[in-house]
Ligand binder design. Structure first.
Ligand code: FMN
Ligand code: MN
Length: 435
């Protein structure tokens, strides 16, 4: 098993899945180059960014599921099942004395986040952003650790805006710290083992430490080192760490706009500030950026949520064949292929999926002969098997994606596009043109 981002880069080289750029690319041109690269479906590493000598920038770590398959050495069709198997086998991290992530330490006046090649992601963004950090925090009530990915807008040498969506675990930590009159310490690891990112993007129950989940995905314990200025631990083999805190007593300040995963610009809104108390890094760190709404983004967030939905449905004895939250690049619409056992089962399947992933908005249930990754196949199933008078479920007023002034995400739509039970012969496919 690979141990860090550098091992992953080596693996991608061996499999011809990465382009390494040694010619000079200006910081302001990187986002555009990344978008071109996303169309090619390969990772890209920029090693020569004028003004940021010695630091690299990587993008498109997960161009599709085959990149995860490369890590596990399995077929891409097997990734979902493999992660499902590993999900419950959590492995606690272990402490080590030292790690490459602390080869260099910047404190006090030496801290300058602008000195690192964080990019502007979309033309109308309010500034440069960190988009790919694993944010580590401890619950002020229980000490349980949480990992998430949160965008951070560079604002000053040692301060960033910090987007903490409502209804996520970190917000509950922040509110608890506020009640206790405490600051909330954070450590933000950048340039991570790809499976640590996958764990941070997962949504296990709140009492689960996502670093134990990272251990489960890796099949071995994550090594951690103690931070220099906060009471937290970070992956020893990450590339760079921002240590600091949110102060819940402090007023929020405007952050944004930012081109978000739905391909809209999130308008300027008030958000907390992240104060940086130390930057530690490797001698020549590799930063990472993720374009919101890219294949990279949907593979990273969609994959663990598919696994969580599969676990839920299997606990209901549904014969699940495959789940996809990667039909479009925003994981709000998904589909599952099942072997139906009861005529009305698809309704329970929809409810199970909506319960397992609260952002899920539209969910289509199809038979096992439909490819759930292919939007044409899903529309084919709706054209040929949906009985709208009984196959549509609308659940109003449920919790959905939080940023929603117009009520677009507060209702769930379930669609049963399965053939009538017991009439399989009449619905057998000819092997036509849709796939
Ligand atoms: C690239 C990327 C960027 C993200 N940006 C944010 C963000 O700015 N704010 C946020 O609250 N969640 C963001 N998320 C989603 C959370 O990281 C994700 O839902 C995570 O599982 C939340 O952690 P929790 O389950 O421990 O609450 C982002 C996810 C990805 C993959
Ligand atoms: Mn969590």
């Amino acid at each position: 098993m690979i141990k860090d981002l550098r091992d992953y880069i080596q693996l991608l080289k061996e499999q011809n899945k990465i382009d390494i750029v040694d010619e000079a690319v200006e910081l302001s041109d990187i986002s555009l180059r990344m978008r071109e690269q996303e169309k090619r479906g390969k990772t890209i590493l920029f090693r020569n960014i004028p003004g940021f000598e010695g630091t690299s920038m990587i993008n498109n770590l997960f161009a599709d599921r085959s990149f995860l398959a490369a890590i596990f050495g399995c077929a891409k069709e097997s990734v979902q099942e493999l992660l499902e198997e590993r999900y419950s086998k959590r492995i606690p991290p272990v402490m080590v004395e030292e790690g490459p992530v602390q080869e260099k330490v910047f404190l006090g006046e030496e801290i300058d986040i602008f000195g690192f090649p964080f990019i502007k992601h979309a033309p109308k963004d309010g500034g440069r952003y960190n988009s790919a950090g694993i944010v580590i925090a401890k619950d002020p009530r229980t000490g349980i650790r949480n990992c998430s990915i949160n965008r951070m807008q560079l604002k000053g040498r040692n301060v960033t805006g910090f987007r903490m969506s409502p209804r996520q675990d970190l917000e509950s930590y922040y509110n608890a710290a506020k009640e206790l009159g405490q600051k909330l310490e954070l450590a933000v690891a950048i340039g991570n083992h790809p499976l640590d990112l996958l764990a941070a993007a997962s949504g296990p129950p709140r009492d689960v430490d996502e670093l134990e989940l990272a251990g489960a995905f890796r099949g071995e314990a994550v090594e951690l080192v103690k931070c220099k200025t906060v009471d937290l631990e970070v992956p020893a083999r990450a590339e760079l760490v921002l240590e600091g805190y949110l102060d819940p007593q402090e007023p929020w300040e405007p952050e944004g706009p930012f081109g978000d995963f739905m391909e809209f610009y999130v308008p300027v809104m008030d958000n907390p500030l992240f104060h940086i108390t130390a930057i530690t890094c490797r001698e020549h760190p590799i930063l990472q950026a993720i374009h919101a709404g890219s294949r990279d983004d949907v593979t990273l967030l969609g994959t663990p949520r598919e696994v969580e939905i599969a676990r839920m449905l299997k606990s209901m004895n549904v014969d699940v064949r495959k789940i996809s939250l990667q039909i479009v690049n925003n994981y709000l619409t998904g589909a599952v292929a099942i072997r139906k056992q009861l005529e009305d089962e698809p309704r329970n399947v929809m409810m199970g999926a909506f319960a397992a992933f609260k952002f899920l908005k539209n969910f289509v249930v199809v038979d096992e002969d439909v490819d759930v990754d292919n939007p044409k196949e899903i529309l084919w199933a709706m054209s040929t098997r949906l009985r709208a008078e009984k196959g549509i479920l609308v659940i109003p007023n449920a919790v959905g994606f939080g940023r929603d002034a117009y009520g677009i995400h507060t209702a769930k739509l379930g669609i049963d596009a399965t053939a009538p039970l017991g009439h399989w012969d009449e619905f057998e496919r000819t092997g036509g043109q849709n796939g």
